[in-house]
Design a protein around this ligand. Structure first.
Ligand SMILES: [Zn+2]
Length: 153
């Protein structure tokens, strides 16, 4: 937290949650990813030197610092790990449990953490093939929530 108080009258205390302001940018590669997502496309980035394919995409290879190029991927993948949430953020029981999974993205060396849907917790397994379900095109905002969830494929 970077804060510079120049006017002593600005000093105050908070009750409850502390107010914090920040700006998050997804960067050049992240921006491209979200633009493509709005067009029903998934992209990763492939290192021009070593061939590693990064997901989420990056503008340079973190192993040899070489340039990368964007490549289109299917957006499908496999469940590497998952957990089932039965309590909400306030620790109240949820009507329906939510399943969070680490999904290894096909054709890449990367993964994504997202919700699973259209499947019961007891039917999820490691290695399960999944595909993304996106919001309606008119409702997409260029955010990770444009992906509603992944479902078994
Ligand atoms: Zn590389």
């Amino acid at each position: 937290m970077i804060e510079k108080i120049v006017n002593p009258k600005e000093l105050r205390e908070w009750e409850g949650k502390i107010e914090l302001y920040w700006i998050y940018t997804s960067g050049k590669a992240g921006d491209e990813f979200f633009k493509k997502l709005k067009e029903d496309k998934f992209i990763a980035s492939k290192c021009k030197k070593c061939g590693r394919t990064f997901f989420p995409p990056r503008i340079y290879c973190e192993y040899d610092f070489s340039d990368t190029e964007f490549v289109e991927i299917s957006g499908e993948g496999y469940v590497r790990a998952f957990t089932v949430a039965r309590l909400d953020g306030d620790e109240n029981p949820m009507e329906e449990p939510e399943i969070y999974a680490i999904i290894d993205m096909d054709g890449t060396d990367g993964c994504l953490i997202h919700l699973l849907g259209e499947v019961k917790p007891e039917d999820v397994y490691i290695g399960m093939k999944v595909k993304p379900v996106l919001k309606d095109k008119s409702e997409r905002e260029g955010m990770i929530t444009d992906i509603l969830y992944f479902k078994p494929s």
